[in-house]
Write a protein that binds this ligand. Structure first.
Ligand SMILES: [Zn+2]
Length: 247
């Protein structure tokens, strides 16, 4: 019943942006690229893979939609795409699109974080051998010597919270957290502009993150819950953001 011509169609070569995507995904899966790293510059990738720069840009857009990288605004050596997560699949991208269409109230997003993340850290604290590898990797990335911009720090901060959710093994909570990522990042970023001193807040956040992990490692669920609540509530109180206009 085929209406195809008799000649055998040649196997279509992968489109150029797919070549780039596969290359970057491969590096993410092998660990050659890890959260906190910057992607090689667009020009270098294009030259290495023998594709046009527009194809590199296209691949980067796809990775951004999937929540694997975030492209920083601005220019200079610190601009460009930063890795924020390991590949986990496309489900969270669907949730994110739905959330983006609604624009939730900040107080509701914060309350939802408190419910979800309290459950996450308690679950981790009660686990016999919680796998905190990815979360610890992100904490190290946030404390690296090479200075991060405020936006980069906050991006890794959110990735840390998501990594805890993933580590809890509760895939529903992890997907909800991933889906809320844009809503959370919006108020966190907008709020950062209201902080009296970003360096002071950054130091506090670092100490709080280590404290949360320490409570989990000590299998103290109550302490872990208290610390994650303080972490989320203090930042929210300090930044006083009540509404956001997503970019
Ligand atoms: Zn945090």
């Amino acid at each position: 019943m085929s209406t195809k011509s008799a000649s055998i169609a040649p196997i279509e070569p992968a489109r150029a942006w797919e070549v780039v995507l596969q290359h970057i995904e491969g590096d993410l899966l092998s660990g050659a690229l890890k959260p906190g790293d910057h992607l090689p510059p667009e020009r270098a990738l294009a030259a290495e893979l023998g594709v046009g720069r527009s194809s590199v840009r296209e691949a980067i857009r796809v990775l951004e939609v999937l929540g694997l990288i975030r492209t920083a605004s601005g220019s200079g050596p610190q601009s460009g795409a930063i890795i924020v997560a390991r590949p986990t699949g496309g489900m969270s991208a669907l949730v994110r699109l739905q959330v983006a269409a609604h624009g939730f109230a900040v107080r509701d997003v914060v309350k939802t974080r408190l419910v979800l993340e309290s459950a996450v850290v308690a679950e981790l604290a009660e686990a016999r051998h919680p796998d905190l590898g990815a979360a610890l990797e992100l904490l190290d990335a946030m404390e690296q010597d090479e200075p991060l911009t405020r936006d980069e720090y906050l991006t890794l901060d959110q990735a840390f919270h998501l990594a805890l959710a993933v580590a809890s093994g509760n895939e529903v909570i992890a997907s909800m957290m991933a889906g809320l990522r844009d809503s959370i990042e919006s108020y966190v970023r907008v709020g950062a502009g209201n902080l009296p001193s970003w360096p002071d807040t950054e130091e506090r956040l670092k100490a709080e993150h280590r404290g949360i992990v320490a409570a989990i490692e000590a299998h103290d669920a109550d302490l872990a819950r208290t610390r994650i609540r303080q972490h989320i509530e203090t930042y929210h109180a300090e930044t006083k953001v009540s509404s956001i206009h997503p970019d």
